[in-house]
Design a protein around this ligand. Structure first.
Ligand code: NDP
Ligand code: 8X3
Length: 254
C-alpha cells in the first residue's frame, strides 16, 4: 500500500499557504503546517484534523536553529516529507528605495531568502531520501523578473528565489526531486496589509475594482505542480490575473 504523502507548508496561517493546506487536505495528504501565529495554526488544524493527519508548529523561518530542531523532531508519521512548499514571505513598504528603512530590508531578506534557505537546507536530505515524486515548490513573484518602483529589495529577494530554484534543479539531477518556481502576480491575500503595515484602506484600495488572483488559484497550481507524473518538472510558472499586465519603460524628462 502507498504511504500517505506529506506536505510541509511554510506560512500556512494566511493567503496562499492556508489555501494550500486546504487543497492538499482535500486530496488526502498529511499536513505539516507552520507559521508564527499560533492561534491561526490551531484554528486551521481544528478545521482539517478530522479529515487528514495534521502536525502544526509555530515556526519563524528566519530562526535556523528552530527550523532544524522542529524538522528533526517531526513525529515518524510526518517525517517522510514528499513536498515542501516554501511560501512564507513578505514585502515591507511600497515607497522608493531611498525612503526605505534598512531594518525593513533586512527583514525581507531574512524572511524571503534566509528563511527559505533554512527550511530547504533542513529538508533536502529528507526529500532526496523520498526521491522520485518529491517536490520543492518555491513561491517567488512576478516581481522577480519585472521591475517596478518600490519593489527594490522585495523583487530582488524573489529573483533570488527564482535563480536558486533553477540552480537547485541542477544539483538535484538524478535524485528524482522536482523543483518548481511559482511566480504569482497581484493576488488578494494579507500581503498588502503586511506590506502597508496594517493600513487596511491601502490594502482595500489596491484590490478594489479589479479581479485579482485568489489564494485558491495559486494553491491549485502548487498542487498541480506537486502531483504531476514523477518524470515531469515545471521549472517556472508565472501567473497574473487577466487585469494585470506590464507598464512601459519610464523616462525622466527635463
Ligand atoms: P500573506 O501575508 O497572506 O501570507 C504570508 C504568510 O507568510 C503568512 O502565513 C505568514 O505567517 C508567513 N510568514 C511571514 N513571515 C514569516 C516568518 N518570518 N516565518 C514564518 N512565516 C512567516 O501573503 P501571501 O499569501 O500573499 O504570501 C505568500 C507568499 O506569496 C509570499 O512569499 C509572498 O511574497 C508571495 N507572493 C504574494 C503575492 C501577492 O500578491 N499576494 C504575489 C506573488 C508572490 P505568520 O505571520 O503567521 O508567520
Ligand atoms: C507580489 C506581487 O506585484 O506586489 O509579489 O510585487 S507584487
Amino acid at each position: 500500500m502507498m504511504s500517505t504523502p506529506v506536505v510541509f507548508i511554510t506560512g500556512a496561517t494566511s493567503g496562499f499557504g492556508r489555501a494550500c493546506a486546504h487543497r492538499f487536505a482535500s486530496a488526502g495528504w498529511a499536513l505539516i503546517l507552520t507559521g508564527r501565529r499560533q492561534e491561526r495554526l490551531e484554528d486551521l488544524k481544528t478545521d482539517l484534523k478530522d479529515s487528514v493527519p495534521v502536525y502544526s508548529a509555530v515556526l519563524d523561518v528566519r530562526d535556523s536553529q528552530a527550523v532544524t530542531a522542529m524538522i528533526n523532531d517531526l513525529p515518524p508519521e510526518f517525517s517522510d516529507v514528499t513536498c515542501l512548499v516554501n511560501n512564507a514571505g513578505l514585502a515591507l513598504g511600497a515607497g522608493p528605495a531611498q525612503e526605505a528603512s534598512l531594518e525593513d530590508w533586512h527583514t525581507v531578506v531574512d524572511t524571503n531568502i534566509t528563511g527559505l534557505l533554512n527550511v530547504t537546507h533542513a529538508l533536502l536530505n529528507t526529500l532526496i531520501r523520498v526521491g522520485r515524486g518529491a517536490a520543492i515548490i518555491n513561491i517567488s513573484s512576478t516581481a522577480a523578473l519585472w521591475p517596478y518602483p518600490g519593489s527594490h529589495v522585495y523583487g530582488a529577494s524573489k529573483a533570488f528565489v527564482n535563480q536558486f530554484s533553477y540552480n537547485l534543479r541542477c544539483d538535484l539531477k538524478g535524485t528524482g526531486v522536482r523543483v518548481t518556481d511559482i511566480a504569482p502576480g497581484m493576488a488578494e491575500t494579507e500581503f498588502t496589509l503586511v506590506r502597508m503595515k496594517g493600513d487596511h484602506q491601502a490594502s482595500d484600495n489596491l484590490y478594489s475594482g479589479v479581479e485579482p488572483i485568489q489564494p485558491e488559484d495559486i494553491a491549485e497550481q502548487v498542487f498541480y505542480a506537486a502531483t504531476l507524473p514523477p518524470h515531469l518538472n515545471i521549472n517556472r510558472l508565472e501567473i497574473m490575473p487577466v487585469c494585470q499586465s506590464w507598464a512601459g519603460l519610464a523616462v525622466d524628462r527635463e
